[in-house]
Design a protein around this ligand. Structure first.
Ligand code: CA
Length: 224
């Protein structure tokens, strides 16, 4: 059983999703605009938030951005069909996943289960990984370079975590995409190249080190 917040101004959709979630044994609260959603999300500790992008008063991306300043509550964004920018911005702003409207309820429920499972498995792990000047604390969800904390999105963090866990092993884009974006993620594997580029800007370029190595035609590796 999970405590879930739905932020969605289309009351019919919100009501429908609520019924399904309650039917599966979850506790659900609803908010019909961004302001109300953000207030509730900050006030209460939800296990998961379903967050529509197009919302009155405060849009979903802005709600997410402000939420992330305070909390790591898992968020699944509800985006309009073909709104690629929304997806990318949502993931950059720290969303855990997104689903395109109109969606099949089974798909949404499956994504919710994945997001909740990921949260639980994250809670169980307790490790600090380190390679050269870089160390990653899984508990604190923190990456330090020379003792300095690096600001990362969830997916950038996840990319570094997977590569560090598999130190000296070359991982291909497909494998990285599954690990970073989830096995049910549907999209191009070159999304990984985008995240690698972001990480290199924040770590390799800034600290003048060779952190993530490209293996041409294969994928990426972090070496000792
Ligand atoms: Ca809407």
């Amino acid at each position: 059983m999970a405590n879930i917040l739905i932020v969605e101004d289309e009351e019919k959709i919100a009501r429908f999703v609520e019924l399904e979630l309650v039917h599966e044994g979850n506790k659900v609260k609803k908010a019909f605009d961004g302001r109300e959603g953000l207030d509730l999300a900050l006030l209460e500790d939800f296990d998961l938030i379903l967050l529509d992008v197009m919302l009155p008063k405060l849009n979903g991306l802005e709600v997410l951005r402000r939420l992330r300043l305070e909390k790591e509550t898992p968020v699944i964004m509800l985006t309009a069909r073909d709104a690629v920018m929304d997806k990318v911005s949502g993931l950059d702003a720290g969303a855990d996943d997104y689903i395109t409207k109109p969606f099949a309820i089974e798909e949404l429920l499956a994504r919710i289960r994945v997001a909740l499972k990921k949260r639980i498995s994250n809670e169980v792990k307790t490790h600090v990984l380190s390679v050269g000047a870089v160390s990653l604390d899984e508990d604190r969800h923190q990456v330090l370079v020379n003792g300095e904390e690096i600001e990362l999105t969830n997916r950038e963090f996840e990319l570094i975590r997977v590569l560090m866990k598999n130190k000296n092993i070359v991982l291909d884009r497909e494998k990285l995409m599954n690990e970073v974006c989830g096995y049910d993620y549907i999209g191009e594997t070159n999304i990984i190249d985008v995240y690698v580029r972001y990480v290199r800007t924040k770590i390799d370029d800034k600290y003048n080190i060779k952190f993530i190595n490209t293996v041409r035609g294969v994928g990426y590796v972090i070496k000792d």
